[in-house]
Design a binder for this molecule. Structure first.
Ligand code: PPE
Length: 312
C-alpha cells in the first residue's frame, strides 16, 4: 500500500495529499488523456539528489507536445524546480517522483482541447520494483502474448497514461502465469520492451537493445546504460532483436527508473546464461549504483541536489 507523504503540488500550490482528487468526469478518466513521468531521488552523502531531472522533465514536455498540450503553463525549469521543492516540502531523503499532466474537468467528448490541463507532482517512498532479491538473483519472465502497440497507433515515445493499458495486459498475463514480468514484441515480431522497462540482450560480450522504432519508451535509464557501456568499453548496438536471440543470450536484463538494472534469469522457463546475474549486468550495476549513491564521481552531472549546496 502506498504510504502518503504530506503534500502534493497542484498547479503551483502545495495541497494536502488527501486533497489531490479529481472529478470522475475529468477527461482523463474516460479517455486516458494524461502524460506523466517517473523519477527517482536518491540518498547520497551530500543529501538527496534527483537522477537525470532535466531529461525526465524534457520527456514530459515532449510527451505533452505529441498530444498537443502546447502550453503546460510552466516552463521545464519551473517544473524541475517545483519537483525539487516537493521533495524538500515532504522532507524526503529518497523517493520516487510522479509528475502528471492530465486533461481535467470541463466538457465530455473525445476532443480534449476545451478541457483544462491540470498538473500534479507527487512523491512517495518506493522500494525495489521487481523484489529485493531481483537485482542479484534475476527474475523469471515470459514473452507476452500481447504485442506492444503498432507504429502510428499510440505513440510509444510519449509516456502517456493510455499506453499503460497495454502494459497492464502484459503484466497481468505474466503474473497470472507465475512470472514476474512479460517481454512484449513489436507488431513485426521483434523484441520491444517489458511492461515498464527497456531490455538489453548480451551475447559474446556485445550488448543489443531495440532501437526507438521498435515501439519502446525512450528510457532515461536506457540512455544512461548506453553511456556507461561506452565508458566501460563494452560494445553496444541499437538493433532489431529476433525473439529467439533472447533464449540463446548469455545475459538479458531490464532497465528503468523503478526497476533500475534488473537481470533476467529465465524466459519462458528457458535458463538464460548461468541462470543468475551475469558479469555485464553486474559491471553496469556497479557503475550505475556507484553514481546514484554518490560513491562514484557523477561524471555527467546526472544528479541534481535537492538542497542547494551551502555557499553556492
Ligand atoms: N518502458 C516502459 C514502458 C516504461 O514504463 C519505463 C519506465 C521504461 C521503459 C524505462 O524508462 P526510464 O524509467 O526512463 O528508464 N517505467 C516507469 C513506470 C513504472 C510504473 O510501474 O509506474 C518507471 O520505471 O518509473
Amino acid at each position: 500500500m502506498l504510504t502518503p507523504t504530506d503534500k502534493i503540488w497542484h498547479n503551483g500550490r502545495f495541497i494536502p495529499w488527501a486533497d489531490a482528487t479529481i472529478h470522475v468526469l475529468s477527461h482523463v478518466v474516460s479517455y486516458g488523456s494524461s502524460v506523466f513521468e517517473g523519477i527517482r531521488c536518491y540518498s547520497t552523502p551530500a543529501g538527496p539528489a534527483v537522477f537525470r531531472l532535466r531529461e525526465h522533465v524534457r520527456r514530459m514536455v515532449d510527451s505533452a507536445k505529441i498530444y498537443r498540450m502546447e502550453n503546460l503553463g510552466y516552463s521545464a525549469e519551473q517544473l524541475g524546480d517545483a519537483m525539487l521543492e516537493l521533495v524538500r516540502v515532504n522532507r524526503m531523503d529518497s523517493c520516487y517522483i510522479r509528475p502528471i499532466a492530465l486533461r481535467g474537468y470541463g466538457e465530455m467528448g473525445v476532443n480534449p482541447l476545451h478541457n483544462p490541463i491540470d498538473i500534479y507532482l507527487a512523491c512517495w517512498s518506493w522500494g525495489k520494483y521487481l523484489g529485493e532479491e531481483a537485482l542479484a538473483e534475476g527474475v523469471d519472465v515470459c514473452v507476452s502474448s500481447w504485442n506492444r502497440f503498432a507504429p502510428n497507433t499510440l505513440p510509444a515515445l510519449a509516456k502517456a497514461g493510455a499506453n499503460y493499458m497495454n502494459s497492464q495486459l502484459i503484466k497481468m498475463e505474466a503474473l497470472a502465469n507465475g512470472y514476474s514480468e512479460g517481454i512484449a514484441l513489436d507488431t513485426a515480431g521483434y523484441v520491444s520492451e517489458g511492461s515498464g522497462e527497456n531490455i538489453f540482450v548480451v551475447r559474446d560480450g556485445k550488448i543489443h537493445t531495440p532501437p526507438l522504432g521498435a515501439s519502446v519508451l525512450p528510457g532515461i535509464t536506457r540512455d544512461s546504460i548506453l553511456t556507461l557501456a561506452r565508458d566501460l568499453g563494452i560494445p553496444l548496438v541499437e538493433t532489431i532483436i529476433p525473439r529467439e536471440l533472447l533464449y540463446i543470450a548469455d545475459e538479458v536484463f531490464f532497465s528503468g527508473t523503478a526497476a533500475e538494472i534488473t537481470p533476467i534469469r529465465s524466459i519462458d522457463k528457458i535458463k538464460i546464461g548461468s541462470g543468475r546475474r551475469g558479469p555485464v549486468a553486474e559491471k553496469l550495476q556497479k557503475e550505475f549504483f556507484g553514481v546514484i549513491t554518490g560513491s562514484r564521481e557523477d561524471r555527467y552531472g546526472w544528479l541534481t541536489p535537492v538542497h542547494a549546496a551551502v555557499g553556492a
